[in-house]
Ligand binder design. Structure first.
Ligand SMILES: C[S@@+](CC[C@H](N)C(=O)[O-])C[C@H]1O[C@@H](n2cnc3c(N)ncnc32)[C@H](O)[C@@H]1O
Length: 291
């Protein structure tokens, strides 16, 4: 975990998250998606010196950034995918914890770094992995998957109506030269998908590929399945999601008999927050208490 400059990420729904989760002095919490430690900074302040935070992220660069912000607080850093939460806690000798937060997706620092290949605004390698130590890159998927598999990804994870057409054009183009750069894919998509409003036509295809590369929905399903055995009775869990495929899963999981939902409707950002931080526009926070 090399030291990194402090994160530029602005946490979403910060006040609501801390109010609903209500971490108490001396408790043990897990932030499964430590990111730039914006939420974590609020949690560790409330836990005090007798409490402890387990800060987990699948991107070791983000752990390095978080460390800058959390210096002096009792934090254990873990480089892991949150789908392994049960193993992480077992390795630390913790049967259960008092609370867990997961703020899904990516941090601004990751999106803003062209070398990560998450954005089409600046050119970079077509990578998109949040964990640089593991898994296939977006270029691997785009250059190897069948036309049908690509179309399914664009349709299911991006709701891209031109999914079949984009997939067909990708197959034709990659016969000439494999895709390597974000700009190559973005330009092809822009030629296939008409612009509507001010949203770049490549947005949905990039989102879909990111979800597929990082198996984001699979990891969320495995996290949701492991939560009941990771949290003590009376413990709290909060999940912030950014699109309906995620929110639906969280909503259904919190309807099971193990949980009492603390948010009947998810908490969303105020107009003022959306103005300050446009990324908060699609954020939905659901909180539940372990029965
Ligand atoms: C939205 S950011 C979290 C921001 C953080 N709450 C803050 O206030 O700074 C999401 C972070 O979760 C990490 N992440 C995403 N999916 C993950 C997973 N399956 N396991 C572990 N970390 C994950 C990303 O690498 C990123 O750093």
């Amino acid at each position: 975990m090399p030291p990194q400059p402090e994160s530029q990420h602005v946490p979403v729904l910060f006040e609501e998250t801390l109010r609903l989760l209500a971490p108490q002095p001396g408790e043990i919490w897990v932030d499964c998606t430590l990111g730039g430690a914006g939420h974590a900074a609020g949690i560790v302040e409330r836990l005090g010196t007798s409490g402890r935070l387990i800060g987990c992220d699948q991107d070791s660069t983000m752990l390095g950034r978080a460390k800058q912000r959390l210096l002096g607080f009792p934090v254990t850093y873990v480089h892991a995918n949150f789908e392994q939460l049960g193993d992480v806690l077992a390795n630390l000798g913790l049967p259960t914890v008092d609370g867990i937060l997961a703020d899904l997706g990516f941090a601004s620092d990751q999106m803003d770094d062209p070398q990560r290949g998450l954005s089409f605004r600046e050119d970079g390698p077509l990578d998109m992995r949040l964990d640089l130590a593991n898994g296939q890159t977006a270029a691997d998927l785009v250059n190897r998957l069948s036309e049908q598999a690509l179309a399914d990804i664009f349709y299911e994870y991006g709701e891209e109506r031109k999914s079949r057409w984009v997939a067909k054009r990708i197959i034709e183009r990659r016969k000439e030269k494999p895709f390597e750069k974000t700009s190559e894919l973005a330009e092809l998509v822009r030629r296939c998908v008409p612009r509507s409003g001010h949203i770049d036509p490549a947005t949905r295809v990039f989102q879909a590929l990111r979800i597929a590369v990082n198996d984001e929905l699979g990891a969320l399903d495995r996290l949701l399945a492991s939560l009941p055995s990771c949290v003590r009775s009376g413990g709290r869990v909060g999940i912030i999601s950014f699109h309906s495929l995620e929110d639906r899963r969280v909503k259904l999981a919190f309807q099971r008999e193990t949980w009492t939902p603390k948010t009947k409707k998810p908490a969303t950002a105020s107009d003022a927050e959306i103005q300050r931080n446009p990324r908060s526009r699609s954020a939905k926070l659901r909180v539940a208490k372990r029965v």
